[in-house]
Design a protein around this ligand. Sequence first.
Ligand code: F0G
Length: 433
Amino acid sequence: MNRQLMCVTCESTYPCEDRRLRCDCGGLLDVQLDMDSAPSPAALAATFESRLTSRLPEDLSGVWRYRELVLDLPAEDIVTFPEGRTNLYTLDAAPLGLSALWAKHEGENPTGSFKDRGMTVAVSWARHQGARALICASTGNTSASLAAYGARAHLPVFVLIPEGKIAQGKLAQALAYGAHTLQIDGSFDDAMHAVEQMATQHNLTLVNSLNPFRLEGQKTIILDSYFQLGQMLPDWIVVPGGNLGNTSAFGKALVEMKALGLIDRVPRLAVIQAEGASPFARAAQDSFRRFEPVQPETIATAIRIGNPVNYDKAVRAIRFTNGVVTSVTDAEILQAKHDLDRQAIGCEPASAASLAGLRRLVREQVVSPSESALLIITGNLLKDPDTTIALATGQTAGLGIPGAASLDACANEPRHVPSDPETIARIVEEELR
Ligand code: F0G
């Protein structure tokens, strides 16, 4: 299918080959698909489904499997692990009183987060265009993902991260995969501002979600879910919101699926922010008439973002899907994380915002009992072992979270035991009682 870049503010168009991050007017750019050249929905679905039995790397990828709607590239230019094809789990809907509840575990991607879906596209496109080096700002997962895809593409990688504010697992990945890791004395928003300022001038390819090709890859979370659910989508899709890349990508996926005739009813998006980093939720309260950045603070470091770059696209996504935006406290996030972890859907704190937010929306009767919901679990538990261990060892009070006392029941402390089998057996029996 034909594609071009289109400004979401003034609708100016540019060829995809233009190495620009924004429109001349400053607006965000979309990769716009020419729907007139699209195959029928039945033909598209048949093509996507047929690739499930192929052994080609580009068909094994849960991103490139949908390449007609993602990006046309020669197979040899595709940088893939492969990624995507993550599991979609059925959860018990009864505690929330819903008709059905599912969780799509994006933490099962090669580097442990949904970022891989966007990164395979951004890095493949960058290499195709002869990029010199790749750069991003990150709260951690983007840097881990870029480090991995850059290594696979044999391209130098630079990542800017807020010093001391990214989870250990993510830092370990960036370092291990060989990224030049630059820790700044500032927030993610400062890092984002810096990379945007310098990227174009210094001929570095920026692969944050400001790069519209990233979002083309992240649309496949929705496509994958649609096919896994037997070509349908639930009433609600619930996703944590930080830089609002997923929110934007999901909205775009739904616009396109509707235009292509794959769906006729559009699910509602529910975007969940951490209370201490909720500029989008605040703007939503005032029907997006005004936006004010905030100084972010939350235990969910992945979404510790006060000035999301994709704001305009995310507003469009909420409007198109009749969506909602809300926020949850850090204590609610950790309680939800514990509840997901105990079902072995282990996740990092930011991901659990989805369940915490859904609980809030059910309580507030925004989501009603006859409805179904899909939670997007954005990152793997192993990303942030420190928070998980603090929760298990009852040390959340030390994290300075209001209401953390209620989390004491989440503890599962390791016990020190002597090494003789008899004593161990006695303890096992005691614990089984
Ligand atoms: N969940 C996780 C685990 C994340 O890493 C992120 C973003 C989000 C949710 C929010 O997604 O930005 O699309 O709204 N992490 C970015 C990073 C910012 O640098 O890794 P979003």
